[in-house]
Write a protein that binds this ligand. Structure first.
Ligand code: FMN
Length: 218
């Protein structure tokens, strides 16, 4: 496909959304319960990796970056993901704790937006998750200086071979530079596509430690 054909295609393609309303009365009082209700429906709809979310962070110059991660846990009202603390996202979070998730479940015509502050989970929590990972992933965490430039693929393979030898016959400990972050939300929005772009948006905002619910214009 040429770039011109592509431009013509994306400019003309239209698809209306089905008519499955999201009503205030049907949503839970607590957004985490609502997330669980929708998650169950995502499983039933066989969504690929329903725990995948796009996480956005902002660097010291105010430049946002977005990338996918897996939400692996919910601890003390916070969504947990694991990564390299020295990665680009790790460095962003060090200077700016504000972050957001976006989850899109196309088959259900649903989007969930989550805004909040990001903090590290305890070393104990990170250890427990690291220890539960397959050995190959544990070795990978040591081998990869995530977000740094590699001269070639061979450089990574070479590093992995070295690390594999180093830990032969031994338990692989969690590297200090690898662990979990918890995004503690102050806003969670549930978006349901509706016909003619008149979508439903139910947003939960945390005010004085209580969740308040409102409807936003699409
Ligand atoms: C579906 C999916 C899930 C991912 N999950 C993770 C994850 O849980 N942790 C992680 O560090 N990277 C994950 N990645 C890779 C990240 O998107 C990203 O490439 C990496 O974390 C480096 O990002 P950064 O350089 O902005 O820090 C995932 C990628 C995809 C496509």
């Amino acid at each position: 496909m040429s770039l011109n054909e592509l431009k013509k295609y994306i400019n003309s393609k239209r698809r209306d959304f089905a008519d499955k309303p999201l009503n205030e009365q049907e949503t839970s009082n607590n957004p985490f319960d609502q997330y669980a209700v929708w998650f169950q429906e995502a499983l039933a709809a066989e969504i690929l990796d329903p725990y995948a979310a796009c996480v956005s962070t902002v660097n010291q110059n105010g430049q946002p970056s977005s990338r996918m991660v897996y939400i692996r846990d919910i601890i003390d009202q916070g969504f947990v993901f694991y990564t390299n603390y020295n990665s680009s996202k790790g460095l962003d979070i060090e200077v700016n704790k504000n972050g957001s998730f976006n989850i899109f479940w196309g088959e259900l015509e649903r989007q969930i937006r989550i805004n909040g502050e990001i903090e590290k989970v305890s070393p104990k929590v990170s250890d427990a998750y690291f220890n539960s990972r397959p050995r190959a992933s544990q070795l990978g965490a040591w081998a990869s200086s995530q977000s740094n430039v590699l001269k070639s693929r061979e450089e990574l393979t070479h590093k992995l071979n070295e690390i594999t030898k180093q830990f032969e016959g031994k338990k692989v400990p969690r590297p200090m530079h690898w662990g979990g972050y918890r995004l503690v939300p102050n806003l969670i929005e549930f978006w349901q596509g509706r016909p003619s772009r008149l979508h439903d948006r139910i947003v939960y905002t945390k005010i004085n430690d209580k969740w308040e619910r409102s409807r936003l214009s699409p």
